[in-house]
Design a protein around this ligand. Structure first.
Ligand code: MGD
Ligand code: MGD
Ligand code: SF4
Ligand code: MO
Length: 669
């Protein structure tokens, strides 16, 4: 059989969103990198290349199914939408519109469907649109934005040094990593701050194997050096609170700061020389920082340092200027969103509910009953903390609907499952502006075997059935995209005809004189945080974890470190992917294992204050002797059994998934 002409589209498995070429040959799909894509330039990783096996997996959901007792009954999509609308309307009549939540997971990225779902929730009258932003990336956005108005950009042409801080781009960001590797080969220096000697750390000039959870102290020690030794003072007219911050670090001793981090003074001195001799510097911050109960303050301290290492890295908003969705002039005020009490700054800045507080709304009616939920493109039962509580909460709902490619753990608990189409069988607009790059892209249908519905189709139809068509006056995303592009210079047809499905736009004017905060200054002391009752400086008190390791829980556990072949809980059922990492392990240092008389491959219990799982040991000298590490997304050993909801970052609401006190027990011991 002849291969079809390849279709240029975009991979959206991960946030790199590489350009791909997809061609069909009977039942098999060939996916290759698109060399004409201006950002990825032909790059393709293992996950993207093999996605044809996901598309054609025999495990794909193919029909909507309604649960009848313990049995699934196939129904039509039309019937499914009717059921969904009826259940939502019933919940609204009985408990108010806020009793219905709309959740969007990571697979759909922070793009088009985010806007559609938030809009639908508002149209319905519910403040409870919730996204995976509740535990992904937004704590970082908060920390950096509150300091200087956005996320710092990796300008590899200009920078001389990189600090990779709590991130492992070798596994998590393959495309970014390829640029980083190139920069390193051309002389850029790198320090990695990570308790584990990851593959990224192995490539560093200096690896600082920091004590988990102590990052803010290291950032303060580096700022102290900048103040006292380098005498780097930002200009007064461009900063708020510099004097207060610099006085604070002068009053703290290196001894005190470094003791917290466990980093030896000699190694610190070497890192300091490398970092300050190789300015301008860029700091890549990752989940190791944000999934902590002191995450935003630690990120704030790092952000203060970033502004000193490169005063010209002034992030500014890049956006294609898509037209806002119709139906509202401004979104109406509504009952308080879930989490508004516990994490008000997150809720205000993100304009969403904070998903960490969903279980207590369902189980304790706090702040009011949450009774029905639609989950689109996420598997929160696996990926949110406190597995058993999430399980009880989801079972406690009057109605749960899940839109997904597969019968996930979350879908198994649902009353209604709706088969989704994947990104090879979809039409979606993608603004790379969110990643700071002024390009618009189009995800295009590239296969002739449609399975399921795309999220937009589900949402448009649901809106229609709920009597909310004025918010989505289209049946087809083509029309919606054309509408959203109506104020842009780029038109839908241009994107469709582009050889990379991507076109550049003008990013707007680049500010060179000032920073992108209100007032144009770097906020070393954040008045906004103070207005919300938080410390305006990342002071040592605000950097202390709620509790530390002790004789009962002597090890630091990191949950959720990335595996190259998987995206969170995805692809475990696809043999091509599974062969890359067939089973879950807890990584333990050989010395720590020897003390517990544990050998490679032994089954053990990993135990925290929140829960325990059984898992086999993999001996690894990448982890510190006082640390252990497990990946997330495994049904048979769910890392989130070990995590909880009691301790969270009071600023972002983010959960405590890294630097968690834990212990190991030998199974038969
Ligand atoms: N293959 C693959 N790639 C992915 C994903 C995936 O599931 N699979 N998920 C994507 C998503 S949604 C995200 S958000 C990104 C996340 O990508 P990253 O931010 O790079 O996150 P991780 O890969 O978990 O790396 C975090 C690092 O932090 C370290 N760490 C743990 N505790 C601490 C600490 O207390 N301090 C410091 N300094 N470091 C610590 C860990 O050892 C680990 O090496 O990955 C994306 N990329
Ligand atoms: N312990 C611990 N937990 C973590 C983390 C951690 O580091 N440690 N990391 C957290 C982070 S950063 C993130 S981002 C979250 C991710 O959490 P989730 O969003 O739950 O991530 P996935 O498991 O990838 O779930 C995505 C689902 O979308 C489905 N899907 C794929 N494509 C489509 C599509 O086109 N349409 C629809 N409707 N569905 C589709 C997939 O089949 C999959 O079931 O996990 C978080 N959980
Ligand atoms: S890095 Fe891999 S998974 Fe991510 S978008 Fe590119 S090809 Fe897809
Ligand atoms: Mo994430």
């Amino acid at each position: 059989m002849l291969e079809n002409q390849p279709v240029a589209t975009i991979c959206r498995i991960c946030k790199e969103n590489c350009g791909i070429l997809v061609s069909e040959n009977g039942d098999s799909l060939k996916i290759s990198g698109n060399p004409r894509h201006p950002i990825s330039k032909g790059f393709l990783c293992f996950k993207g290349k093999n996605f044809g096996d996901v598309h054609h997996s025999p495990h794909r959901l193919r029909s909507p199914m309604l649960k009848n007792g313990s049995k699934w009954v196939n129904i039509s999509y039309k019937e499914a939408i009717n059921v969904l609308a009826e259940k939502f309307d019933r919940s609204k009549a009985k408990f108010g519109p806020e009793s219905v939540a709309f959740y969007k997971g990571e697979s759909l990225k922070h793009q088009e469907i985010t806007h559609y779902m938030g809009h639908l929730a508002s149209g319905f009258g519910s403040p409870n649109y919730i996204s995976v932003g509740s535990l992904c990336h937004y704590a970082m956005v908060l920390g950096h934005s509150l300091t200087y108005g956005g996320m710092p950009k990796p300008d590899f042409e200009r920078i001389k040094g990189v600090i990779t801080w709590g991130a492992n781009p070798v596994n998590s960001s393959p495309l970014l990593f390829s640029s980083l590797k190139r920069a390193l080969s051309q002389g850029t220096k790198m320090v990695v701050v990570d308790p584990a000697r990851t593959r990224t750390a192995e490539l560093a000039d200096i690896h600082l194997p920091i004590m988990p959870g102590s990052d803010g102290f290291l950032a303060l020690a580096l700022i102290k050096h900048a103040v006292e030794e380098e005498r780097l003072d930002p200009p007064d007219e461009l900063s708020v609170g510099w004097n207060t911050l610099s006085q604070m670090v002068r009053d703290l001793s290196y001894d005190h700061l470094l003791r917290n981090t466990g980093i030896d003074g000699g190694l610190f001195d070497k890192a300091v020389s490398l970092i300050f001799e190789n300015r301008p510097g860029w700091v890549l911050t990752g989940l190791g920082l944000e999934l902590q109960p002191v995450g935003v303050q630690a990120i704030r301290a790092v952000a203060c340092l970033q502004s000193i290492l490169d005063p010209l890295n002034r992030p500014f908003p890049v956006s294609a200027g898509l037209k806002s969705l119709p139906g509202f002039d401004g979104y109406p005020t509504m009952p308080r969103a879930i989490g508004a009490e516990q994490a008000p700054l997150y809720v205000q800045m993100k304009g969403e509910a904070q998903g960490m507080f969903v279980p207590r709304a369902i189980l304790d009616n706090d702040p009011y009953p949450l009774r029905a939920m639609l989950v689109v493109g996420g598997n929160p039962l696996s990926t949110f903390p406190a597995y058993s509580k999430q399980y009880r909460a989801m079972q406690g709902l009057d109605f749960l609907a899940v839109h997904d490619l597969f019968m996930t753990q979350t879908a198994q608990l649902a009353d209604l499952v709706l088969p989704a189409s994947d990104h090879l069988d979809n039409l979606e607009l993608h603004d790379y502006g969110q990643a700071g790059k002024p390009y618009l892209g189009l995800i295009k249908p590239a296969v002739s075997s449609p399975i399921g519905w795309p999220a937009w189709k589900l949402l448009f139809n649901l809106a229609g059935r709920l009597g909310l068509e004025r918010f989505f006056p289209w049946w087809d995303n083509r029309d919606a995209i054309a509408y959203r592009l109506s104020d842009c210079t780029i038109k839908l047809e241009d994107l469709e005809n582009s050889p990379a499905a991507v076109l550049a736009y003008q990013p707007g004017s680049v500010p060179t004189e000032r920073w992108c905060t209100p007032g144009g200054k770097v906020h070393y002391r954040s008045e906004k945080m103070e207005a919300f009752g938080y410390p305006g400086l990342p002071d040592p008190k605000s950097l202390d974890l709620p509790f530390s390791t002790d004789s009962e829980f002597p090890l630091w556990l990191s949950t959720g470190d990335r595996i190259l072949a998987y995206q969170h809980s995805q692809f475990r059922q696809i043999p091509t992917y599974r062969r890359q990492a067939p089973e879950p392990f807890v990584d333990v240092h050989p010395d720590a294992a020897a003390k517990l008389d544990i050998a490679d491959g032994d089954p053990v219990f990993v135990i925290t204050r929140y829960g325990r799982i059984e898992i086999r040991v993999s001996l690894s000298d990448q982890v510190r002797g006082d640390c252990i590490r497990i990946t997330h997304g495994w049904e048979e050993a769910n890392a989130n059994t070990l995590t909880g909801l009691e301790h969270f970052d009071p600023i972002s609401g983010f959960p405590w998934l890294r630097a968690l006190p834990a212990k190991l027990e030998k199974k038969d011991g």
